[in-house]
Design a protein around this ligand. Structure first.
Ligand code: ADP
Ligand code: 5GP
Length: 207
């Protein structure tokens, strides 16, 4: 083994596996918009399609945006341990598929998760070396306007989402980065830089 190989073997192992990248934010902040951009612009990044019991929105596709399932199916999957984490968010169930995430990172590919704050906190217990990014809206007023502009939630749903937004801020402490999604172009550049930098981090746990 030559000198470079020695260091290569010492520091490379964590780079052989893919990285878990979690993005959370109050509903309407811009997670979906940001995730779509990242998937287009970062090579080797896959998206974890969650399971949900909520109704499909206009324009959403089963298997691309979510796997839409009944509550009965979801609960069966919970019992069968099919989720790494799952949570009830805004009155619906959402879960991250275990097998797909594990297979993706074992193949050395990174995986992007758009999940809520309970999910982010639970994922960190399982994948402490992941990258945890919290997106904030510039203000609650702007958040409300974005939900209205999106035009895909009922007014009743929007009220629930705004009420939950305040509680969700309590979870920022579990994240590694916080980014205000004001100017979209800037947000996209910042988050892309965070993810790329994190790929090169050296972990010194236990050393
Ligand atoms: P989330 O997935 O967090 O619920 P979305 O990505 O669906 O949010 O974004 C909510 C709405 O806000 C969409 O209409 C989207 O086009 C818009 N949006 C996202 N980011 C910005 C931004 N930086 N400035 C203005 N509008 C934005
Ligand atoms: P929406 O209904 O707007 O698509 O998503 C509502 C919330 O559920 C968002 O905060 C989204 O990040 C979250 N979510 C989506 N999939 C999952 C998941 O698998 N687990 C958890 N915990 N939250 C999820």
């Amino acid at each position: 083994m030559n000198k470079i190989d020695k260091y290569f073997h010492k520091y490379l192992p964590q780079h052989k596996k893919g990285k878990v990248v979690v993005i959370s934010a109050p509903s309407g902040t811009g997670k979906t918009t940001v995730c779509k951009y990242l998937l287009k612009h970062i090579p080797n990044l896959k998206y974890s399609v969650s399971y949900t019991t909520r109704e499909k929105r206009v324009g959403e596709i089963n298997g691309r945006d979510y796997f839409f399932v009944s509550e009965e199916t979801f609960k069966k999957m919970v019992q069968q341990n099919k989720f790494i984490e799952w949570a009830k968010v805004h009155n619906h169930y959402y879960g991250t598929p275990k097998k797909f995430v594990e297979e993706t990172i074992n193949h050395g590919q990174d995986i992007l998760l758009d999940i809520d704050v309970q999910g982010g906190k639970n994922m960190k217990k399982v994948y402490p070396d992941g990258v945890y990014i919290f997106l904030l809206p510039p203000s609650l007023q702007v958040l409300k306007q974005r939900l209205l502009n999106r035009g895909k939630d009922t007014l009743k749903d929007i009220k629930v989402r705004l009420k939950n937004a305040i509680k969700e801020l309590e979870y920022i402490k579990y994240y590694d980065y916080v980014v205000i999604n004001d100017k979209l172009k800037e947000t996209l550049e910042i988050i892309k830089s965070i993810i790329i930098s994190e790929k090169y981090r050296i972990f010194r746990r236990g050393k």
